[in-house]
Every structure is written in structure tokens, then in C-alpha cells.
Design a protein around this ligand. Structure first.
Ligand SMILES: *Cc1c(COP(=O)(O)O)cnc(C)c1O
Length: 236
């Protein structure tokens, strides 16, 4: 069955990313679009895959594992874990995902590295940084980032790819850009400190701040609502 609404919104999201890249003076393939499929049924993911989408982001482990089982025939699909990651979930994440964007403690990274199956390539990791300076948000502080990144970059079975942030919602483009610019500055500082690391990823930009994030150098944008429509529940 063809989901007409999804094919339209997926095309719109691709066009929006292309427009944002062009407006920022960047090449058309300069940023990867992650489809954030939390709360969406496996059938929606399959349909997006049929339309050429390959990277999908999930927040809730059990929900993701159930959908992965249903979609096991889609062999070139790439799964990104983007939700809060407790220690008791690291083994399943290390076994069933290609990327983790939400690492903010060394212990989590150590467990992911130790638990990554030997027959898989190193797990791609982004460190989540708290650039909104809110006590309630997860993420390492910019001050503690260098030490964490240095330690994570030494782990054998993970590859430190870059940084991720979920800024607090902001009303104006200027207010949106401030934390995004801070994340970009954090990545530039890290690149100087760790010249050997593959720090090519700036994971930022959601449906509400895509243009601002692309202006500030996002290389991986995470779009949920823009692709799949408003989520049925309110927990995220
Ligand atoms: C839900 C979620 C998104 C997508 O948000 P939208 O506003 O629906 O685009 C992106 N990143 C993270 C970490 C999320 O939890």
C-alpha cells in the first residue's frame, strides 16, 4: 500500500534540507538526513526505506528492537540510537545499532565498546553536549567535554564521530543559532585537541530549527515531525 502523505512529506523534508544547504552556501550532499521514527510503526519505516531513506533514529530501546525484528530483511538500513541511554541498555544498543548520538558519560562509552560484537565494525558515537545550560537536560558540559572525548577516542570498538545537542526550544532564529553555534565551536576546539580522531559529525537540527542548524554547520539533521507528521503521544 502506498502512503501518499509520507512520500509527500519525505520529499518536502529533502527539499527543505536542500534549500537550507543552498542558502548556507553549502553543497547539496553536505548533510545527512536522519528520519526520527520513534512512535512510528515499522510499516512507515519500510515505506520511507522504499522511497530511498536509509538512516533512522530511535529513542526507545524495546520499541526499536521490535521494529528492527520486523524489518530484518532491509539489510542496508542504518539504525541510530538517539534517546537517553541507561547502563542496563548498552549491550542491546551495542549489538543492534550502527550509531549512538546520546553518549554523555565515559562509563556508557566503555560499556558500548566492551559489548560491541567482534564481527561488527566499531560503533559510531557522538557525545551529547548540554549547550542550553539547563540543569535538567542530559549532556556533558562544554567544560567537561575535552576530557570525555579524549578518553572515548581511546576505546577500541567505538569511533568518536562528533557531537550532538538538543537545544532548548527558542523563539527567534538568532536565539536558535546561539546554542548551535556553541556546539560547532566545541567541535572545532575538539578537532584541534584530537587531530587523529574522525570528528566529522555535527548532529543537530530538528524539525523546528533545521535552517538555523544548517547555517551553523550541521552535518546530520534529525527530522521526525517534518517527515512523519505530528507524533501521536506527547512524551517526546
Ligand atoms: C524526537 C527527536 C528528534 C526529532 O524531533 P522533531 O522535532 O520531530 O523533528 C530529534 N532528535 C531527538 C534526540 C529526538 O528525541
Amino acid at each position: 500500500m502506498i502512503n501518499v502523505a509520507l512520500s509527500g512529506s519525505l520529499n518536502d523534508a529533502r527539499q527543505r534540507l536542500q534549500d537550507a544547504l543552498r542558502a548556507a552556501g553549502r553543497p547539496p550532499d553536505d548533510a545527512l538526513m536522519l528520519a526520527v521514527s520513534k512512535t512510528r510503526p515499522a510499516a512507515d519505516i519500510r515505506h520511507a526505506w522504499q522511497l530511498g531513506q536509509r538512516h533512522f533514529g530511535e529513542n526507545y530501546l524495546q520499541e526499536a528492537l521490535d521494529k528492527q525484528t520486523e524489518l530484518a530483511d532491509l539489510d542496508d538500513i542504518s539504525w541510530h540510537f538517539i534517546g537517553p541511554l541507561q547502563s542496563n541498555k548498552t549491550r542491546a544498543v551495542a549489538e543492534h545499532f550502527d550509531w549512538v548520538h546520546s553518549v554523555d558519560r565515559l562509563k556508557t562509552a566503555q560499556r558500548l565498546s566492551a559489548q560491541r560484537p567482534a564481527d561488527k565494525p566499531p560503533l559510531n558515537i557522538c557525545l551529547q553536549v548540554n549547550v542550553s545550560h539547563e540543569a535538567a537536560k542530559s549532556g556533558v558540559t562544554p567544560q567537561a567535554l575535552a576530557e570525555l572525548a579524549q578518553a572515548v577516542s581511546q576505546l577500541p570498538n567505538v569511533t568518536l564521530r562528533g557531537l550532538m545537542a538538543i537545544p532548548a526550544p527558542a523563539d527567534t532564529p538568532a536565539a536558535q543559532r546561539q546554542p548551535l553555534a556553541e556546539l560547532r565551536a566545541c567541535l572545532e576546539t575538539l578537532r584541534e585537541a584530537l587531530p587523529e580522531a574522525t570528528l566529522d559529525t555535527l548532529s543537530m537540527g530538528m524539525s523546528g530549527d533545521l535552517e538555523a542548524a544548517v547555517q551553523e554547520g550541521a552535518t546530520l539533521v534529525r527530522l521526525g515531525t517534518a517527515i512523519f507528521g505530528a507524533r501521536p503521544d506527547t512524551k517526546n
